[in-house]
Design a protein around this ligand. Structure first.
Ligand SMILES: [Zn+2]
Length: 478
């Protein structure tokens, strides 16, 4: 009797779930029919509008800096799990991070690609692997209206009704969780999703698709609005749509063969410059421990950098990992650094935000920190802090009044006359003539160094190569 009761109680939810799954499958089939998701192997659209630089807030926790996007072209290849996005980006407010030129000083052209498990950027004819962008680009591909319906049809999905909309939920394991809102005509009105991010862990994203119409045989929305991490990132109006175009998104050989490597350059006794494809770090040896300045990008980069530090100085623990500032490209390896047991040194301005961020769940794609299940220790730098043990001295110091970020830190090693900085000065390629108009970021860095009376022979930039300090003066035309 008990056994039978157990069986029937256990069976009931399974039957209910099956019914929901059948209903979900029916809702997805209707949407597929209405928008032609499985008939559309590729789609290309052009648009323009506005957006924001995700992860590049001026102050930690602020909205992402606004930009205008005069040109935006995406090609989605659903058959091959590939996407290409070409955009032109212009700053719409003076402060905040991102690689685009300062306000009023021009545009940035971005060509961002993904296929399978590879992401890369193209500048001119040069492709550079961008593994940090992989998850976000795949997320964006598979939360487009056609992409999300195709993805949902491959996975167990559930259905509920909400205010006349069919609401279908599913998970793409390791990649994202999604909830799709389908209207009575079978059109995708929006997608709420959760994607993994190296800084913010489980990160909420919403996409809204409106103004659906028939673009010469392809059903597609006229307006796309996206929010990520609680703030707007994209708002574009579609101008042109073509279906089943030749996508031509192939992984370049150098991207296919990419793996993280650390180019070690000994700069002084006990000081090493760790060169990377886009972001560098600096290792500093103290009497009984190590300090790493910057753990950028994502777990994969951080783990390569930390392993390199341990290999160079195996008998001293990595006690401190210093973060130049809170922008996501510079902060993306902090979680792996915390997982290794290091104390994280951040600006006091960013510390409360980091503590909150590290406490968010990381369930979609648990990273090294989530798996380590250990507590993180932060130490805040309030404008200035000197780390010194008699053998080594490192000054951590705010770069004041920069439009790039607040709580923006540089490091000065007085004995070795070295300056470590991110984003305030990125050395141009050798033999580049000085710009006609110096960058405010370069001038601001120079002002700060002079104000503090630092003597500097060389700059170890966290983007680019080691250069003499004179190169900053040249760039700033001083
Ligand atoms: Zn930055």
């Amino acid at each position: 009797m008990h056994r039978r009761a157990f069986v029937s109680l256990a069976a009931a939810p399974v039957l209910a779930a099956c019914a929901h799954r059948d209903e979900a499958a029916a809702a997805l089939a209707q949407a597929d029919q209405a928008i032609g998701a499985s008939r559309l192997n590729t789609v290309r659209f052009t648009a323009s509008g506005s957006g924001a630089t995700f992860g590049q807030a001026f102050l930690p926790g602020n909205e992402w800096p606004l930009i205008t996007i005069p040109s935006f072209v995406r090609v989605m290849d659903y058959e091959n799990g590939a996407m290409r996005e070409d955009s032109v980006r212009v700053r719409a407010e003076p402060s905040g991070g991102g690689a685009l030129p300062l306000m009023g000083q021009g545009e940035q052209r971005v060509s961002a690609w993904v296929r399978g498990d590879r992401a890369w950027n193209v500048t001119g004819t040069t492709a550079q692997a961008a593994p940090v962008a992989l998850e976000q680009r795949l997320h964006d591909l598979w939360t487009t209206p056609h992409g999300v319906i195709r993805a949902a049809m491959r996975r167990p999905a559930t259905l509920r009704m909400q205010e006349g909309l069919k609401v279908v939920s599913f998970t793409e394991p390791g990649l994202y969780r999604a909830t799709v809102y389908i209207d009575p005509d079978g059109l995708v009105q929006g997608v709420e999703s959760v994607m993994p991010n190296p800084v913010t862990g489980d990160t909420p994203v919403t996409a809204t698709y409106s103004g659906w119409k028939d673009w010469g045989g392809v059903m597609f929305p006229s307006r796309i609005i996206q929010m990520a991490g609680g703030n707007p990132v994209l708002d574009v109006r579609v101008k042109e749509v073509q279906g089943n175009v030749a996508a031509g998104i192939d992984v370049p050989a150098e991207v296919a063969g990419f793996r993280e490597k650390v180019d070690v350059q000994k700069v002084a006794d006990g000081v090493w410059f760790f060169g990377g494809g886009s972001h560098n770090s600096v290792l500093v040896e103290f009497a009984d421990h190590l300090m790493l300045i910057e753990s950028p990008l994502y777990d994969g980069r951080a783990q390569a950098v930390i392993a390199q530090a341990r290999e160079l100085v195996p008998n001293k623990p990595l006690r401190y990992v210093v973060n130049s500032h809170h922008h996501f490209d510079h902060a993306g390896g902090l979680r792996a650094a915390a997982a290794s047991g290091a104390t994280l040194v951040v600006s006091e301005l960013a510390r409360p935000w980091y503590e909150k961020t590290f406490a968010t769940a990381n369930t979609v794609h648990p990273d090294a920190f989530a798996q380590a299940r250990r507590a993180v220790t932060f130490e805040g730098v309030d404008k200035q802090r000197i780390f010194s043990d008699g053998t080594r001295t490192v000054h951590m110091q705010y770069i004041e009044d920069s439009p790039h970020a607040q709580g923006f830190m540089m490091a000065w090693l007085p004995r070795e006359r070295l300056l470590v900085e991110a984003d305030a000065f990125t050395p141009p390629p050798p033999n580049t003539p000085p710009p006609t108009r110096p960058s405010l970021l370069n001038l601001n860095l120079l002002d700060n160094v002079q104000r503090l009376g630092y003597s500097v022979d060389r700059i170890l930039p966290l983007h680019g190569r080691v250069v003499p300090y004179a190169d900053l003066r040249t760039a700033a035309r001083m």
